[in-house]
Design a protein around this ligand. Structure first.
Ligand SMILES: Cc1cc2nc3c(=O)[nH]c(=O)nc-3n(C[C@H](O)[C@H](O)[C@H](O)COP(=O)(O)OP(=O)(O)OC[C@H]3O[C@@H](n4cnc5c(N)ncnc54)[C@H](O)[C@@H]3O)c2cc1C
Length: 155
């Protein structure tokens, strides 16, 4: 399924792990082996990698893995995790621009340190911003959908 990845993996900064035990990256330490686990270096490489996939290859994006159970039999396909370049945080007036890889708790602290309110509830959720958007994570009476103004989806 990933024969053509031998070559591209040599030319990219993204990290490729074939036949990889994914359990260390799921919250409950479940899961067997995934055919390919890939830590994406940046948006440009994400596009390259997705373009090299066959249309039928199962793709799964993992955040902090706190809402994921992978079975012992593993996952036949590619699991993608966003690397450090997706951990950006920037204040613009009373808005924060956050990368999808940032942990919810770090977004919450960043808002607090910049005297911005409304993201306190994220300190109680053990996930990433990407996972929070996908799951509409919430607690203490607040939900992600109430604090998201705009989303950029790459690739
Ligand atoms: C102890 C504990 C307490 C919890 N408390 C709460 C709570 O109070 N409130 C609550 O809402 N949830 C809670 N959860 C559930 C979980 O933390 C949330 O659903 C969280 O938002 C998942 O984020 P994650 O980054 O871990 O996503 P993952 O578990 O890795 O993935 C969840 C889903 O999001 C998708 N996803 C992840 N990142 C991306 C991305 N960058 N782009 C596209 N899709 C992506 C995955 O494909 C998957 O479908 C709790 C879980 C645990 C273990």
């Amino acid at each position: 399924m990933f024969r053509n990845f031998d070559q591209i993996s040599k030319n990219l900064k993204s990290k490729f792990f074939f036949d990889y035990d994914i359990s260390n990256f799921t919250w409950f330490r479940t899961g067997g082996k995934v055919d390919l686990y890939c830590i994406i270096a940046d948006e440009h490489e994400l596009e390259i990698i997705l373009n090299h996939l066959n249309n039928e290859t199962p793709v799964f994006v993992i955040g902090a893995g706190s809402n994921v159970l992978i079975r012992d039999g593993g996952f036949r396909g590619i699991i993608i995790r966003l690397g450090k370049s997706f951990n950006s945080l920037k204040v613009n007036g009373n808005l924060i621009s956050s990368g999808a890889g940032i942990l919810d708790v770090n977004l919450s602290k960043y808002a607090c340190n910049n005297s911005l309110q409304g993201l306190e509830f994220f300190s109680g959720i053990p996930g990433s911003v990407g996972g929070a958007v996908k799951m509409n994570a919430g607690c203490y009476g607040f939900e992600t959908k109430e604090v998201v103004k705009e989303i950029t989806a790459g690739a």
